[in-house]
Structure formats: C-alpha cells, structure tokens
Design a protein around this ligand. Sequence first.
Ligand code: ZN
Length: 307
Amino acid sequence: MSSPATSAADLPDYAPIPRSALGPAINDQGYYVGRVERNLYYVTDGVYQSAFLTTADGVVLFDAPPSIGHNLQRAVDEIAAADGVSNRVTHLVYSHHHYDHAGAASLFEGDVTYVGHEETRRLLLRDGGTARPIPEVTFSGTYTLEVGGERAELAWHGPNHSPDNIYIHFPDHDTLMFIDVVNAGWVPIYNTNLTEDFICGPLGRLATREDVTLHQQYIADIEASAREALASVDPVPYYMRYGESGNFWAGVKGHLDAVTEAAAAPVIAKYTGVLAAADVEIFTRTTTFAIMQSLRLDSGPSGPVHP
Ligand SMILES: [Zn+2]
C-alpha cells in the first residue's frame, strides 16, 4: 500500500485517455443531455448517466445519480421546453439500489411513483436511509412500465453487478440500459466492478455493441490468462516457505498474488491505449484476481488434490 500523497505532483502519470473513451462536452452547469432515440434521452455529468422518457403524461426518469443531482430536472426542463412536452417527472425507476445511481431520488419525493425490483426494495429497507425512497411498485421477474403510451420493459435475470441490478429495455427505441457492467471505453474498476456474471453503464457516453464486444474480449483475455497462470505458477515454494510456521494464509497470499501478477501483466500491456485506464494497474489486477478466484472456486480446481 502507498501512503497518502501530500502533493498532486507526487502522483503518477498514466497513458493518455483514448478519444473513444470520452463523452460529449458538459455545459456550464455540469451536465450534458442528449437524445438516444426520439423521446428517449440521457443525461450525464461526464461520468454517471441517467435516462428519461418524455410521454404524453409526464416524464419517466431512470436512475438519479447524486453527482447529477438537481441537473436531472434542469435537463428534463431543457428538453421538455424544446419538445413542447410536460416536464413533470411522474415515475422514477431504480436500476439497482446503489447510492451512486440513486442518491438523488428523494429530490422528486411527493411527485413521483418509485419503481424497482423487489430486491432493491429489500436492500433499501435494510440500509437505504432517506435519500432513496422505497419503491412502491415492485416486481420479481419482469415488469412492463407503461406511461402515456410509452413502454419500458424491466427484467431481472439474476445477480450481476449487484443482487438487484435489472435490465431496462426500451423496445420502441432499440435501447438497453444496463448499469455498471460495461463501462464504455474503459476498463472496469476494481474487481470487475463487483460483477459476478459477465456480460452500459456510466462514464459519460453511451455504449455501442462494439464497446460490449471489446469488454467481453478484455474479460475473455483475463480469463484465458488466469487459466494459464493458474496452471504455470508453482504454488509449492509459497506453501513451503510459510508452511513451517503454520501461516497457511501467507502461503495462499504469496501464491495467489503471483498468479494474479502473471495473469494481469499481458492484459495490461495489450489494453493500454485501447481501454482507458488499463494502465491503472490495480483495476486490471483486482479484476484478474476476482476472475481467477471464480475460476478456482466456481469451476475448479481450487488447488492440487492431496496425494
Ligand atoms: Zn452499482
């Protein structure tokens, strides 16, 4: 672990961010609002994203990141004025319970119906506080939200980034909103961003099919590299070194750190300059560690069988 920096000049340089990783310029108030298709829009602060659908009966908002905050209503007002439609937000859909995507939800309290997966409700009842009002409309498998003649298909396909993260499909807009799994143009942060089963989410711009393919390739490369490293790194020296003192965990750490380092190094080299922040090595390393552990523990072998 490094000690905290006391000056910005002490901090390391990284590779330039590929142009493809960057989103549109944000305005003086700190947001950008853009059309996805027809009456479906997205708002970003350059990092986080929210989406909204304008309808004959008002606006349906999808996520309320606190970092966008009051700019959500400003973005809605801007579009509603331009399109000559209502700016009244009537529904707020949670993609998942995480604070960084929902922490501004209470700004709309009293005016909107909150919609979310039943697991989102359970998690918010457990530790939600007041910033994220409890969804009153919930579902377990799938739910079609219809407002003012517009549709959004909400679906839960099992845990991924979080236990409650849902797919939000706009069948009439050819768009899927899927948060925190693929960070378009960027490497996933720490531990594959908590994703357990792999398959857009934040970071300024919309993701394309190519982003998802590139993300899948990055994950596949890590998986292949982790398999190779698991097979090639000899665990024996680590367990011998620490076995004598009985510190089994020190042996495990030494072995798994060596596997992770061997697996991550070629992936970091391959994706530096391709995916933004690939050379912020801790991200690829922790993601590699998570995938390597999943390979060992979900698929096996976790280690040699005792002779
Ligand atoms: Zn999240």
